[in-house]
Design a protein around this ligand. Structure first.
Ligand code: FAD
Ligand code: NAD
Length: 397
C-alpha cells in the first residue's frame, strides 16, 4: 500500500528543520519524505557576508546535505525546481522527472528585491548564495589588482546599497578584510572607500538607537562612510546615481537593499505580497489545504494591526520545527493541535569578527560579548543540523 508523499522544497533553515523533524516523528510505513534542493549542500546564509568580503573561505558557509540527513528516511533529490502545479499536485524539476506529492512544504528562500531600480540587476552584486559571494570576492580582488596599474579611485571604491542588517554585517567584514587586501595589492589603506548608502533617515531603520549609534561610530572609526536619507535611484557600469542626481563612481556595487520571496511561489498562483505568501495560523498557503509555506517565502503577522515579522533564519527554523511536529499529526489522520506562534529570541548583528551589536531578550549587548553570542548562535545551528561532530568540523569561535 502506498504511503502519503511529503515533498519539501528547499534545504534552507526552514526546509531542513521540517525534513529532520518529520523524519524523526514518522516511520517509513507512515510517509515518504523527499527533500529537493538545487545544490548538494546547504549554505549557511547567515555567514555569507564573510566569504563575500573574503574574511572566510566559502566552504565555511556550506555543508553537504547527505552528511546531515538520515538517508534511510529522507530521499534527497538534487535538482532545481522549475514549477509548482498546485492543481495537479506536481512539482516540476529541471533535470529529473517531476514529483507528485500529497503534502507540500515550500521553503525556497528569497531573492534580492530591486524595486525596479534601473541597472541594478545588470550592474550590482548581491549576497545570496555560494556562487554569488565567490563572484563578489573575486571581482573585488580583481578591481584591487587593476588599481596598481591604472590608479583609478573607483577601482578601490565599494558601494554597499542598503544599510539593513545584511549591509551593516557586510561592511563590518569589509573593514576586517581591507588591511590584508591592501597589503596584498600594495594599496595604502586610507585610499580605499567603503560607502554604505541608506534610503531611510537612519542606518538599521527601526533598530535600537543606542546600538545603531554604537555600530555607526565603530564603523566610521574604521573609515566607512555612511550616506543616509538618500535612496539609490540608478546603478550604472560606473557606479550609482543617488536621489538628487549625485553620482558615486564605484567598480564594486553590492546591493543589500532587501529581499522578496522566491518567484516560484507567486508563479504557482498562491497569493503573495512581495513574493511572500500570507500563511494562515497553521502555515498553510491561503486557499490551499496541505500546502505549507515557510521561511522567507512566507509572511507571518503578529496580529491584524501590525507589520509582518521580518524574514529571518530564526523565523524559518521555528516554522520548520513546528511543521516537523504538527504536520506529522495531519499525516497520521489527525489535526494540528497548536497554531504556529513565533517566539523572537532577539537579534545579534556582527560588525566584523570581534565586534557586534544585539538585543537578547530585553538586554542590549555590544562589542566582544555580542560577537561571542553571535558565534554561539551559529554553533547552535550546526549542532541542530549535525550534532557535536559537525560543530567540531565546522564551528569556530
Ligand atoms: P534559505 O535558507 O535561503 O534556503 C532556501 C533553499 O532553497 C536554498 O538551499 C536554495 O538553494 C534552495 N532553492 C532556492 N531556489 C530553488 C530552486 N528553484 N530549486 C531547488 N532549490 C532551490 N537571519 C537571522 O535570523 N539571523 C542572522 O544572523 C541572519 N544573518 C543573515 C546574513 C546575511 C548575509 C543574509 C543574506 C541573511 C541573513 N539572515 C539572518 C536572514 C536569513 O538568512 C534568512 O531569513 C534565511 O536564510 C531564510 O531561510 P529559508 O529556509 O527561508 O531559506
Ligand atoms: P532589509 O530589508 O532589512 O534592509 C534593506 C535596507 O535597504 C533598508 O534599510 C532599506 O531602507 C534600504 N534600501 C531600500 N531601498 C534602498 C535604496 N534604493 N537605496 C538605499 N537604501 C535602500 O534587508 P536585509 O538587510 O537584506 O535583511 C533581510 C532580512 O534578513 C531581514 O529580515 C533581516 O532582519 C535579516 N537579517 C538578519 C541579520 C541578523 O539578524 N544578524 C543579518 C542579515 C539579515
Amino acid at each position: 500500500m502506498s504511503v502519503p508523499r511529503i515533498v519539501i522544497l528547499g534545504a534552507g533553515y526552514g526546509g531542513l528543520m521540517a525534513a529532520k523533524g518529520l523524519a524523526k516523528e514518522l516511520n517509513e510505513n507512515e510517509a515518504d519524505i523527499t527533500l529537493v534542493n538545487q545544490n548538494g549542500y546547504h549554505y549557511i546564509t547567515t555567514k555569507l557576508h564573510e566569504p563575500a568580503a573574503g574574511t572566510a573561505h566559502h566552504d565555511h558557509a556550506r555543508i553537504s546535505i547527505p552528511s546531515i540527513i538520515d538517508s534511510n528516511r529522507i530521499k534527497f533529490v538534487r535538482d532545481c525546481v522549475t514549477g509548482i502545479h498546485l492543481d495537479k499536485k506536481v512539482v516540476q524539476l529541471k533535470n529529473n522527472d517531476s514529483l507528485l506529492y500529497d503534502y507540500l512544504v515550500i521553503g525556497l528562500g528569497s531573492v534580492p528585491e530591486t524595486f525596479g531600480i534601473r541597472g541594478l540587476l545588470e550592474n550590482s552584486y548581491s549576497i545570496r548564495n555560494i556562487n554569488s559571494v565567490r563572484i563578489i570576492r573575486q571581482h573585488m580582488e580583481y578591481m584591487f589588482s587593476r588599481y596598481a596599474l591604472e590608479k583609478r579611485q573607483e577601482l578601490i571604491t565599494i558601494v554597499v546599497g542598503g544599510a539593513g542588517f545584511t549591509g551593516i554585517e557586510y561592511v563590518g567584514e569589509l573593514v576586517d578584510r581591507m588591511p590584508e587586501l591592501c597589503h596584498d595589492y600594495d594599496i595604502p589603506l586610507e585610499k580605499v572607500r567603503i560607502i554604505n548608502i541608506e534610503a531611510a533617515p537612519s542606518v538599521l531603520p527601526g533598530f535600537d538607537q543606542e546600538l545603531v549609534d554604537y555600530a555607526v561610530k565603530y564603523l566610521e572609526s574604521k573609515g566607512v562612510e555612511f550616506i543616509v536619507n538618500t535612496p539609490i535611484e540608478e546603478c550604472t557600469e560606473d557606479g550609482v546615481i543617488l536621489k538628487g542626481g549625485r553620482e558615486i563612481k564605484a567598480a564594486t556595487v553590492v546591493w543589500t537593499g532587501g529581499v522578496r520571496g522566491n518567484k516560484l511561489v507567486e508563479d504557482s498562483g498562491i497569493e503573495t505580497m512581495r513574493g511572500r505568501a500570507k500563511v494562515d495560523r497553521y502555515l498553510q498557503a491561503p486557499g490551499y489545504d496541505q500546502i505549507y509555506v515557510i521561511g522567507d517565502c512566507s509572511l507571518v503577522f503578529p496580529d491584524e494591526n501590525s507589520r509582518p515579522y521580518p524574514p529571518t533564519a530564526q523565523m524559518s527554523m521555528q516554522q520548520g520545527k513546528y511543521l516537523g511536529r504538527e504536520l506529522a499529526k495531519v499525516v497520521r489522520g489527525g489535526k494540528m493541535e497548536q497554531p504556529f506562534e513565533y517566539k523572537p529570541k532577539g537579534t545579534v548583528a556582527s560588525l566584523g569578527r570581534k565586534e557586534a551589536i544585539g538585543v537578547v531578550g530585553d538586554r542590549k549587548i555590544i562589542g566582544g560579548t555580542a560577537a561571542l553570542i553571535k558565534k554561539f548562535i551559529e554553533i547552535r545551528w550546526l549542532f541542530l543540523l549535525g550534532g557535536v561532530s559537525l560543530v567540531l568540523r565546522k564551528g569556530t569561535l
